[in-house]
Design a protein around this ligand. Sequence first.
Ligand SMILES: Cc1ncc(COP(=O)(O)O)c(C=O)c1O
Length: 605
Amino acid sequence: VTIAEAEAETEADFRASVRDVFAFLKRTSELDQLLARGLPLQDGWLLPAADLHVGDPVLIEALGRWRSAHADTFPTQFKVTSAGTAKWLAEAVVSNPDRLLMLVADRLGRPIGHVGVTLSADARISALLEGDRLLEFGYLLRGETAPAGIMADATRTLISWCHEQFAPFAIYSVTFEHNRGAVGFCEAAGGVVRDMIPLARHAGYHSVEYRRAPPDRIDPPDARHVVMTWPELRPADSADAIPVAGPSIGPREVGYVLDAVRSGWYERRSEYAERFADAFARIAGVRFAIPTSSCTGAMHLALLALGIGAGDEVIVPELSWVATANVVALTGATPVFVDVDPISWCLHPEALREAIGPRTRAVVPVHLYGHPAPMPEIRSIADEHGLQIVEDAAAAAGAELAGRRAGSWGGMAAFSLQGAKLVMAGEGGMLVTDDEALYARAAHLWDQARTGAGAFWCDAVTPKYKLSNIQAALGLAQVERIDWLIAAKSRIHQSYVEQLRGVAGASVHLGDPAATATHWMTSLLVGDAAALSRDDLARELARRGIDTRPVFPPLSTLPMWPPGRAPGENAARIAAQGLNLPSGVTLSGLQLERVAGAIRELLSP
Ligand SMILES: Cc1ncc(COP(=O)(O)O)c(C=O)c1O
């Protein structure tokens, strides 16, 4: 793939994901769903102009009135009619996949103006700003009754939401220079002037239009356009706390949950759970998925479905959350801890081979922090010794290695939907498999071993690990945004790599270049030569409002496991030196710069 092809692909992906969100926002004819898709303002709302509004005479009259009152701010000027405005709203706005008009509404939801954003199709602006993935901010019209300050709030809210949702290369606006009010207003809202474009006036019989002036008519132009861009507007104030992780909640999440809680009962009682399971199975590259109340529950069910129990040994890596080993013990089997490999920080294939004994029945490789474990090697060792595989893919939805998705390496796999995970549902998990017989066994246990022979007839003792339809609605919205979530994590990871390059004694964990990790967490390894220890660095960052987490302690060192061999050297070193940096999907570029700046400053003696 050439650089030009890669850029064209990124641009195409960007346009597709923006259109997808715009369409979702506009396809609603219910008032509660309209509010769910809205963005709250201090004193009102931004509500998408949607199907619900098409043909509404009160709104159309107001839109026409506002447009007439501000005619001189538009490049095309004509006599405004209500038929024309109705057609514009239906065709140029609501049915136009590239445009989103947000009605600025008061606290009771009554429209008092609007702002909008459009996918740019202007090659000259791309050339001027030297980048694609552009959104044009505009359609700013203030109605007569809009209170002071609301349009500035609307502008800032829409622009920072677009930065968070779409991570565009830039958001720009094009405004007439003579529209002093708008230019001043955009500057006050953080816009930076980038260019002035000379225009020529073309008068027709019914309308007047301003177009870019040809070079020979530049002096003097009939008017000029001011091009402005908005850097990210999210505050990066040094007093603001920066969390280590956290979800992105958008209109899709709110809309689905509202629908599930209002209508997801009776015949629709498992609709979201089924859609969620289907969507998740596709992400994991397998045929079957069972929504569970946690990843812990999903792993426990998987081991039970595989018949693991007392007298068996199950191999787990030293570096993981304790749940990975707990579920083994919950079945009555014994977890056997092995070292990790220094590249992926996941189960070391050779350590696995050495730990296999006569009672070993299964292995639980962990795709730590979304980095795939070295599965081709693990798979072949497991096959050689007849071991079952249960992948702990807690934060690895969408991760890939050797052309296979995390969760599809054979046996069963479990994902976490806990609130900080890549794809989340508050709490929850997903058990997946491509093996129909295993799926049937797990589904039986999941449903408290009901046999179907009588309403309450069951044939085994089981725990209950079901996920509610309401949580599944939240999870479905997240899975439908997974490409965006992974892209946000990758951008964060890449920025840390670039901004922390060359810091003395510390390095960002890169992983295996052949793997596609989700970069759920970006980790820093703070070596012995660094100016501060890992824990002192974390303390200093906390004093600056920056939240971090140490890498997990080696599991075998926790007090509930019988003392055994010392943990492997890789796990011990990574556990002592690894620090997870703020990696939430909503982390802004400015916040990331603050984190990287603080680390550089603290580690440069
Ligand atoms: C590697 C790993 N495995 C399992 C889990 C458990 O997930 P849950 O909280 O959904 O049970 C986690 C949660 O952080 C994890 O990081």
